[in-house]
Design a protein around this ligand. Structure first.
Ligand SMILES: Cc1ncc(COP(=O)(O)O)c(C=O)c1O
Length: 369
């Protein structure tokens, strides 16, 4: 299997731990271990007495139970825990595709969603969001792109990097199309729960369509990326068993401390999500003011969900702009060219508490533009 460089991750590898202000993080503010353990009396003692052997390959039972509560029709034996969402993407593409199969990916996309499919011999085409219409997807475009060999359609709502979220009707129409044509929907829902208005939350695809796969993770909505705990939830028995078997060749099982901490966090999912949404909402108000002041330089549309957005740079090349910012202001933005050559946009993240300082540095630097 041959994989191209993961451009976005290589960019982070270069800058993430040396640039003072990360203004393009895709996750929410993390917390200290002690803060998480303090959420429940006795958690500290239970954590200390945890045994550090191998764990259940499907995922710890309590953890799977906590994950199942995030869905309507999912039981514990329909949840398979992975090391991050990334492992689940890798394993899903490996078990579901054969060389020559056609995969359609909601674009722009987090690179592994297309790259791994390509690596296993899939032919990948893009289903592009329309920037003129808030990055909306058109089901007619999808229908036109379908072929006899289309095996998987990948969607990502709320969307990285644009924050796009369709309405529930769209989800049901896409599900019906999947039943008519036979393709499987792989639904990356790692930002589910971060809708600015909770009434906009979509049903999980796995609850709507019994052949589809929903992908979740502790990293984004809960800000606990360091746990490296992700999962798939699916009623598709064939995919579930193939993925469970494939995992024997990747990680076998997850880390016991991480599983314990993820279970604890999910028991307090609502409180953690509320805390993160409060950070996002306060930061978005600041960004609205900032982008209004600088509307000659940037095109900004307030997203409806998630901790990231994809504003356009109206003058100059976004790659040069971002490089300049790192060097002169110590602020990291992510050039849209890492998502594809045509995007003169950049990813901005607003799930972190230090956004006000980062924005001040950015503002000082752009005065020259
Ligand atoms: C849309 C999307 N899917 C999957 C992942 C992978 O998540 P993790 O790094 O927690 O495995 C990311 C991470 O940025 C993402 O943005």
């Amino acid at each position: 299997m041959k994989l191209g460089d993961f451009k976005l991750e290589r960019y982070f590898a270069k800058h993430e731990f040396t640039t003072p202000y990360i203004l393009c993080a895709s996750d929410c503010e993390s917390m200290q271990l002690g803060e998480l353990l303090a959420m429940e009396p006795g958690a500290q003692d239970r954590f200390s007495s945890l045994r550090l052997g191998y764990t259940d390959s499907l995922g710890n039972m309590d953890l799977r139970q906590a994950i199942a509560t995030l869905y309507e029709h999912i039981t514990i034996d329909q949840v398979l825990v992975h090391s991050g969402a990334e492992e689940a993407i890798f394993n899903f593409m490996n078990v579901s595709l054969n060389p020559g199969d056609h995969v359609i990916v909601h674009a722009p996309y987090y690179q592994s969603l297309g790259e791994v499919a390509r690596g296993v011999g899939g032919e990948v085409s893009e289903w592009k969001g329309n920037p003129e219409r808030g990055w909306e997807l058109d089901l007619n475009d999808l229908e036109r792109a379908l072929t006899e060999r289309t095996r998987v359609v990948v969607v990502n709502f709320p969307h990285n990097p644009t924050g796009f979220l369709p309405d529930p009707e769209f989800v049901h129409e896409l599900s019906a199309l999947s039943d008519r044509h036979g393709f499987i929907i792989f639904s990356d829902e790692v930002y589910r729960g971060l809708e600015l208005d909770p009434s906009h939350r979509l049903p999980a695809f796995t609850d709507v369509n019994d052949r589809s796969i929903s992908l979740g993770v502790m990293s984004k909505t809960y800000g606990l990326a360091g746990l490296r705990i992700g999962w798939i939830a699916t009623r598709n028995k064939q995919i579930f068993h193939s993925m469970a078997g494939f995992k024997d060749y990747t990680t076998i099982c997850s880390s016991a401390p991480s599983e314990f901490l993820a279970t604890l966090a999910l028991r307090h999912a609502e409180a953690i999500t509320r805390r993160n949404l409060n950070i996002i909402l306060a930061n978005l108000d600041r960004l609205d003011r900032f982008f209004h002041t600088h509307k000659n330089l940037f095109a900004w549309e307030r997203p409806v969900a998630g901790p990231i957005a994809f504003p356009e740079l109206l003058r100059g090349q976004v790659g040069d702009f971002c490089a300049d910012l790192v060097e002169k202001a110590g602020v990291l933005l992510l050039p849209g060219t890492l998502y594809g050559p045509r995007h003169n946009n950049f990813r901005i993240g607003f799930g972190r508490r230090n956004l006000p300082e980062a924005l001040e540095r950015l503002e000082e630097c752009i005065l020259e533009y």
